[in-house]
Design a protein around this ligand. Structure first.
Ligand SMILES: [Zn+2]
Length: 534
């Protein structure tokens, strides 16, 4: 199954507006000066000292790596030329040590307790260099990536030593294994077996579900899915799906989002919600199961969208229950995480846009209902144009217009979300009984220009009350770096939500602070009157 290629489609509506806002923030914010971006690499004054805070500037290469990745994704998606990409990339290249590392000099035996942050920081740089190579086809980028991975492989044993492990919080290995997607991409580019071996080694190291930092944990799982896409290893996919079952059962909030730490913690983070969306999209591509699209949709509408603030940036919430019952468009209770979420979250919006429609040579899937217009090569010399017109979920009606280059037989699959009570479908104004499979209504026929599929849902109102167990008791997300997170099993805590279709209209808990999202964006979905919810 393929996602929509760059340049083959246009998106309209809320998703499009949010993409434009986040791009505007990336390009106009004065924060991202060259001096700032190089602040966490070799020549910067703020290197990790033994007692220095391993936060923003301890994650070697994180700032330039994340910023470059964000700009490259937007350049490819919108077909733009962003000159500063090369300028920053060239400046970062100079920062690499001869051994490949961009950070403080260490030996395996002298690995510092915070060095796993350097590993995670440089994972962004690794992917950035590979994307730069794919974009510009310039050898120095690929060579820098190879040197970095070779260094990475040399120092990996440091993180497995018993004396190192005992100093670390649970889950630190996720910060080490999140390099997996970069290593897989390096293998795809070079076809060198040693990189595939390293990828498989990292896949084995990838942690099972536990009380860990969700962004780094899910970043490692994005890598596992990239590995699955490359090798089709059933074991790898099984590892992801079985973990996913636990995440869905224990950690996904009734809104569809997740917290900053598994399973429930007082903070959330745009980055991990973006990862949740991306893992769900990849799982859908791997399995064709509509339940993953349902998850992606709810995480997108109720969590990621709500994390975006008016300047276009993305946020984390220090005190998640502050600002409850406010719109995500307001700043209430949220801080922009310009050093991570503003850079990482927009890429999930772009990925979601590429998954509005997916296809292979004989099937087209209509997945997420945002208005869009796509024109792509279904088969060799057979262009297919698909237009989706809808105001869903404000409106329960979706119209899909099919324009094949010539008459062509293929299967059209339209997602029927789990929160739909009733579906009515017509093709060219004739009511049709589709077959249903994996959460999709399926129609196989010879399609011709101008065929019109009309779908009318009856979305369900839902009230849910869920008991909350295993809650992190600390407020500080950095606890997962500095200390062991305390997880308490407590009774008599419950979350209640009121939803309409995919939209969570209100959520409430009987004990603060709990990670519950505010009411869905009332300013966007203004036809819902939520005043009676409290
Ligand atoms: Zn973040």
């Amino acid at each position: 199954m393929k996602e929509l290629p760059y340049g083959s489609f246009k998106v309209f509506g809320e998703l499009s507006r949010r993409m434009e806002k986040s791009y505007h923030r990336l390009m106009t914010s004065k924060i991202y000066s060259l001096g700032y971006l190089l602040n966490d690499t070799l020549s910067a004054p703020k290197q990790i000292e033994p007692e220095a805070h391993p936060g923003v500037f301890g994650h070697t290469g994180q700032q330039s790596g994340r910023y470059l990745l964000a700009l490259i994704a937007h350049q490819c998606f919108f077909g733009l030329q962003i000159p500063r990409i090369e300028r920053i990339a060239k400046a970062v290249l100079v920062e690499q040590r001869p051994d490949g590392n961009f950070g403080p000099l260490r030996t395996i035996s002298s690995a510092h307790r915070d060095d796993f942050c350097c590993m995670s920081g440089q994972s962004w740089l690794l992917k950035a260099f590979l994307e730069l190579y794919l974009l510009f086809k310039e050898q120095p980028y690929l060579e820098a990536a190879m040197r970095l991975v070779d260094w990475y492989k040399r120092v990996l044993p440091a993180f497995d030593r018993p004396e190192y492990k005992t100093q670390q919080p649970p889950g630190y290995l996720s910060w080490v294994t999140m390099n997996l997607d970069g290593v897989v991409l390096l293998y795809r580019i070079t076809k060198k077996e040693k990189y595939l071996d390293l990828a498989n080694y990292l896949a084995d190291l990838t942690l099972p579900y536990g009380p860990f930092h969700t962004h780094h944990f899910l970043s490692s799982y994005r890598g596992l899915l990239d590995l699955y896409e490359t090798t089709k290893s059933k074991d790898v996919l099984k590892k992801v799906t079985s973990t996913w079952g636990k995440i869905k059962k224990e950690a996904v909030l009734p809104t569809g989002g997740i917290c900053e730490l598994f399973p429930i913690s007082p903070r959330d983070e745009g980055c991990s919600e973006a990862d949740l969306v991306r893992v769900a999209l990849s799982l859908f591509r791997a399995t064709g199961e509509g339940e993953f699209m349902d998850m992606a949709e709810r995480a997108l509408l109720n969590a990621l969208f709500m994390d975006q603030v008016p300047n276009g940036g993305f946020t984390f919430r220090k005190n998640i229950d502050r600002g409850r019952a406010t719109s995500g468009f307001l700043h209430a209770g949220r801080d922009e995480a310009f050093h991570c979420c503003t850079l990482h979250a927009p890429q999930a919006l772009l990925k979601a846009a590429q998954h509005l429609i997916t296809f292979n040579s004989d099937t087209v899937w209509i997945n997420l209902f945002f208005p869009c217009s796509a024109r792509f090569e279904l088969q060799k010399d057979m262009l297919l144009e698909v237009n989706v017109q809808t105001r869903y979920p404000q409106d329960e009606f979706i119209q899909i217009i099919i324009n094949p280059q010539r008459k062509q037989k293929f299967q059209l699959k339209v997602r029927i979300p789990e929160f739909v009570n009733f579906t009515e479908i017509s093709i060219n104004n004739i009511y049709t009984e589709p077959t249903f499979e994996k959460g999709y209504a399926s129609f196989s026929r010879i399609w011709k220009k101008g065929d019109r599929v009309q779908v009318r849902f009856t979305l369900r109102y839902r009230y849910e009350k869920t008991q909350l167990n295993n809650i992190h008791t600390t407020e500080d997300s950095e606890s997962n770096v500095k200390t062991t997170p305390e997880v308490n099993a407590k009774k008599d805590r419950a979350r209640q939500t009121f939803s309409y279709g995919p939209l969570c209209l209100a959520s409430e808990s009987n004990e603060a602070p709990l990670a519950l999202k505010p009411i869905a964006s009332v300013s966007e979905y203004h036809n819902f009157d939520v005043r009676f919810i409290h």
